[in-house]
Design a binder for this molecule. Structure first.
Ligand SMILES: [Zn+2]
Length: 440
C-alpha cells in the first residue's frame, strides 16, 4: 500500500510516522518549505506538474513548461537527488496517451485519479496507476478506507490511497500496521515491481542438504531523457522466497559466500527461506545448506532363522550404517516380550557397526503357540478370523506360528511334504523386523 499526499499538502505525516511508515508527497509550484524535512524523515518527494494543469496540452508545453521545471524545482530545492525523482501525479487525474508517452521519458510511473480501484501486482499502465480518491472528491471512495486495506490484503494487490488537505483516512494507515500488508512510498514499490519483473534465475540446483542458484536482473529501460538505472541503489532490495527440500535445520544461508540474514518457516514439510537481497545486472549466488539428519540403514533389512526343535540356529549379522548425515548414535533392542527368544549385540553404539543377532529356541514353550497344518489352504488355520495370520494363511502355504502377540507369520512357501511347520516373528525396536522360522 502507498499513501500519496497531493498538491504540496502536509497531511498524514504524523499518521505515517506513528505507524512506522513513509509516504509520497507530490507538489506543483512552489515547493513547500517543509519538503526538506519530510525528505529527511524518509518521505518520497514527487512531481505534480509545475502549473498543475488539468487539461490536454501540447507535448512541448508539457515537457518544457510543466515537467522539466517541476523536476528542477524539487531536486534543486530539496535534498532529494534528481536521479531519485521517479514519480509523477497527474493533476485532477487528467492525462492522455500522448501525455503518458511524454511522462514516460521522465518518470518510472505516473499516478492517476478517479479510479477507486486497486492496482495490479504488475501494473498494465505504468503512466496511469490506479488509486482511491480522497473523501472530498467524486467519484467518492468507500466510506471506510480500512476496507481498501482489507481488499488489498485479500486480493494481493497494490492500494494507492490519496489525500489532500486533511488525513481523512478513517484510520486506514494505523489499521494497515496491524495487517499483513507492505506499506511503502510509491517509488519504493515501483522499483520493487520493476526489479522483480526483470529477475533472472540461473544455475538452480537442489538436493536434500543444499539449494544453490545464481540471480541477477535485466537492465531498466532508459529513455532519451533519463537513465533510470541511476534511480536504483543497493537499498532497493527484492525479497527472494526459496522453498528448499525437506525441513532439516538450516546450517547456513550465504550470498556470494558470505553469511546473509534471512527468515524461515516450515510449510507443507518444506522449509521456506525469505531473503531481502540487492539485485542488479551483477550475478550473485545464494547457497542455503541444511543439516542432514542421521538415519539408520540396515543391510539386510530382514533376517530369517530356521532350526529343528531342540537346537538353536547359527547367529547372523546385520550391517548398520548412517543413511543420512551428521553423526548417528543408535541403540538396538530385541523385543523382550515373553518368550524372549531374540537377542542382539552390541545394544548401543555410534556410527557404522555390525550387529550379531541370535535366537534361543529353548524359551519357546510349545504350549503357548498356535500351530497348524496348512497344506490345504485355510483348513488348518487356527487364528482368530480377520487377523493378519488368517489372511496370510489363505494366501500362502508356509510354516507359521502365531502366539497372539506376534501375529504376522513369516512368509515363504514350504515344501509340500512338510505338514506341521510354524514360523516366528519378532520386532527389533527401531529397525525392520527379524523373524524366526522353525519346522517340525
Ligand atoms: Zn492536484
Amino acid at each position: 500500500m502507498s499513501v500519496w499526499v497531493d498538491d504540496g499538502n502536509s497531511s498524514c505525516f504524523t499518521e505515517l510516522q506513528n505507524a512506522g511508515f513513509e509516504g509520497t508527497y507530490v507538489t506543483n509550484d512552489p515547493v513547500p518549505s517543509f519538503y526538506p524535512q519530510y525528505y529527511g524523515a524518509g518521505m518520497e518527494l514527487g512531481c505534480h506538474l509545475f502549473y498543475h494543469t488539468c487539461d490536454a496540452v501540447t507535448e512541448y508545453y508539457l515537457r518544457y513548461t510543466q515537467i522539466e521545471p517541476n523536476i528542477a524545482e524539487i531536486c534543486g530545492g530539496t535534498p532529494e537527488p534528481c536521479p531519485d525523482l521517479v514519480s509523477l501525479v497527474w493533476p485532477c487525474g487528467f492525462t492522455t496517451i500522448e501525455e503518458e508517452a511524454v511522462s514516460s521519458n521522465y518518470y518510472l510511473a505516473a499516478r492517476g485519479y478517479n479510479f477507486n480501484l486497486l492496482e495490479e501486482t504488475t501494473p498494465t499502465d505504468w503512466q496511469n496507476l490506479k488509486s482511491f480518491n480522497s473523501h472530498e472528491h467524486t467519484p467518492y471512495p468507500p466510506s471506510d478506507l480500512k476496507t481498501v486495506v482489507d481488499m488489498a490484503v485479500q486480493q494481493g494487490k497494490w492500494a494507492n490511497l490519496v489525500f489532500h488537505t486533511s488525513c481523512n483516512d478513517d484510520g486506514a494507515i494505523a489499521y494497515s500496521a496491524t495487517k499483513d500488508i507492505w506499506v511503502a512510498p510509491a517509488d519504493t514499490v515501483i522499483k520493487y515491481i520493476l526489479q522483480r519483473q526483470g529477475f533472472v534465475l540461473n544455475s538452480y540446483q537442489s538436493d536434500s542438504s543444499t539449494t544453490t542458484f545464481s540471480y541477477s536482473r535485466l537492465g531498466i529501460p532508459m529513455s532519451p531523457f533519463r537513465d533510470f538505472e541511476t534511480a536504483f541503489t543497493p537499498a532497493d532490495t527484492v525479497t527472494l522466497q526459496i522453498n528448499i527440500n525437506g525441513s532439516n535445520p538450516l546450517a547456513s544461508v550465504t550470498l556470494n559466500g558470505t553469511s546473509y540474514p534471512y527468515k524461515s518457516s516450515v510449510e507443507g514439510g518444506n522449509t521456506i527461506v525469505l531473503m531481502d537481497v540487492p539485485i542488479d545486472k551483477t550475478v550473485r549466488t545464494v547457497t542455503i545448506s541444511s543439516t542432514a539428519v542421521p538415519s539408520i540403514a540396515l543391510t539386510p533389512a530382514d533376517l530369517n532363522f530356521s532350526a529343528s526343535v531342540g537346537t538353536n540356529p547359527a547367529s547372523q549379522t546385520i550391517s548398520l550404517s548412517n543413511g543420512g548425515g551428521g553423526t548417528l548414535s543408535w541403540t538396538a533392542t530385541a523385543d523382550s516380550t515373553s518368550p524372549a527368544w531374540l537377542s542382539v549385540s552390541p545394544g548401543i553404539g555410534a556410527g557404522d557397526a555390525t550387529l550379531s543377532v541370535s535366537v534361543n529356541t529353548s524359551s519357546l514353550a510349545a504350549g503357548n503357540l498356535y500351530q497348524g497344518n496348512h497344506d490345504s489352504g485355510d483348513g488348518g488355520c487356527k487364528f482368530p478370523p480377520g487377523s493378519e495370520c488368517d489372511a496370510d494363511c489363505k494366501l500362502h502355504r508356509f510354516g507359521f506360528l502365531c502366539d497372539g502377540l506376534r501375529r504376522r507369520a513369516v512368509h515363504g512357501p514350504l515344501g509340500g511334504g512338510i505338514s506341521g511347520g510354524y514360523g516366528l516373528f519378532g520386532w527389533l525396536k527401531g529397525f525392520d523386523h527379524f523373524s524366526h522360522q522353525r519346522h517340525t
